[in-house]
Write a protein that binds this ligand. Sequence first.
Ligand SMILES: Nc1ncnc2c1ncn2[C@@H]1O[C@H](COP(=O)(O)OP(=O)(O)OP(=O)(O)O)[C@@H](O)[C@H]1O
Ligand SMILES: [Mg+2]
Length: 271
Amino acid sequence: MSSAAIDLQGVACTFVSKDAPGQRYTAVEGVDLQVQAGEFVSVVGPTGCGKSTLLNVAAGLLEPSKGSARIFGEPLTGINTRAGYMFQSESLMPWRTGIQNVMAGLQFRGVPERQAREQADDWLRRVGLGGFGDRYPHQMSGGMRKRTSLAQTLVLDPDIILMDEPFSALDIQTRQLMENEVLQLWAEKKKAVLFITHDLDEAIAMSDRVVVMSAGPASRPIGDFAIDIPRPRDVAEVKTTPRFLELHAAIWAVLRDEVLKGYQQQLRKVA
Ligand SMILES: Nc1ncnc2c1ncn2[C@@H]1O[C@H](COP(=O)(O)OP(=O)(O)OP(=O)(O)O)[C@@H](O)[C@H]1O
Ligand SMILES: [Mg+2]
């Protein structure tokens, strides 16, 4: 039996169109994807190829139409309670302060208020927001909101971290700071990470392995690259190393055609 943190076997996801109920769209098909405990894996692919769909399967938010999802060897039924999820969009509760947002998950789990506050306070400090816990989301910058979301995810100490383009809305400097911080936090505890991004530079700089998805429909992994760049890494510095450039060229050779196909499909959808 597989003991991978995440083990997707033969996964397909078919959606029924809301506008035309007879029409079906198979976003992903025949997806085999494993993430080992402690491994940092990125999935890259053209827009609309099914990256978020796969993350939703791993989170237990979406049941695959075919195939299976196993978490540490156990079949996944319902929400994946071993995983923390950082969404593509903003996910803070606007009516709660930063610290109340970070505490929320602990409180849902029944942790007493005082203890929850202490742990949330500790995580806010670790993501560089010590002293800012009383601010509401609208009083924070985009980077502060992302840091709060990160604290909200990590305070629950999940064995698996699922991240869906968490930093794509940030300016490049803030983004690099946060990428380095995530790598440092990850190095301390070595959780399994499934990281979705459309940014190949980010994927290579962060990961142990980069998986390339084909353009949809019926998207599936078409490339799997081990990133043998030593750690610890500084995401800005590694991008100038010869090995990074070699890996980038090799992966881009696979990704380029798919991005073009994905782009043409988008144009057809719009037309
Ligand atoms: N609930 C749904 N109902 C119908 N179609 C869906 C649903 N969810 C996703 N899709 C379709 O499945 C495909 C994959 O969507 P998904 O959001 O997984 O792509 P993505 O790779 O994350 O894209 P992006 O890079 O833009 O975030 C898209 O064509 C999308 O329109
Ligand atoms: Mg997505």
